[in-house]
Write a protein that binds this ligand. Sequence first.
Ligand SMILES: NC(=O)c1ccc[n+]([C@@H]2O[C@H](COP(=O)([O-])OP(=O)(O)OC[C@H]3O[C@@H](n4cnc5c(N)ncnc54)[C@H](OP(=O)(O)O)[C@@H]3O)[C@@H](O)[C@H]2O)c1
Length: 261
Amino acid sequence: METSARLAVISGGGGGIGRALCRELVQRGYEVVALGRSPRRLRELEAMTVRAADAGASDHPPVRGVVCDVTDETETDRVLSALGPVSVLVNNAGTAESAPLHDTTLRSWHDHLAANATSAFLLTRQVIPGMRERDRGRVVFIASTAARAGTPYTAAYTASKHAMLGLARVVAAEVAGTGVTSNAVCPSFVRTPMTERSVQRIAERTGRTPEAAQQALTDSGPLGRLVEPEEVAAAVGYFVSDAAACVNGQSLVLDGGGIQS
Ligand SMILES: NC(=O)c1ccc[n+]([C@@H]2O[C@H](COP(=O)([O-])OP(=O)(O)OC[C@H]3O[C@@H](n4cnc5c(N)ncnc54)[C@H](OP(=O)(O)O)[C@@H]3O)[C@@H](O)[C@H]2O)c1
């Protein structure tokens, strides 16, 4: 798994936002490694990016999928140790379920913290020493508006995203003054399979149509529509760019103006 080009690692690269992140970073000239648990989703991602790439421009797929449960320390250590120097890490893997606090199980609480916060801790802890040694690197966290505010029925998700954003800020404080930066993107509802599952759950619980359930989600903020995965990817593209070399410890909210700094 040795690599020589500028390497970007994206957790959850086979998901809705992950795919857009892969495209964005390939377009910016990175060799991309996407981490996920489902071999099928990773193979689909590879096939998609091969089709999109200029045929013959590269000896290998522009995105390589690597099976890795990013909540497992042994797996993250094994996978990242086998890669070359990582230039960009995007902590994007995550999970989201909703329930009133009194119905939130301990299992769900732990699962959210593991997928949304511990994963970012394990991956970031692994890449930061190399980035600091090279005095160059970018870590971006795909947090959420749930990292910046509390909304009903999201205790486990919101707590885990607050933890993720806290980690992003600590990393920023530790790398301040170096060539490494740590920033977060905080979108409201994005058009991805995760949101489709939320819409489905709302429809089942409330008896609304899926269209009405999605409308209820988009009506909850000023944007009045879902955020597109490409809009999240563009924000990440900015944070990894040379133009953002002086931006560290920030969380960029993509919600049309519901949450203000
Ligand atoms: N969709 C939204 O409205 C929204 C809004 C704000 C923030 N976000 C955040 O954006 C990120 C991406 O979400 P999405 O909407 O693109 O969801 P998605 O389509 O469900 O993708 C989630 C990805 O995370 C991966 N993943 C989950 N647990 C993992 C684990 N233990 N190990 C490795 N990979 C794991 C999944 O891959 P496998 O299942 O194959 O492992 C999948 O590729 C999440 O952190 C989410 O919280 C989403």
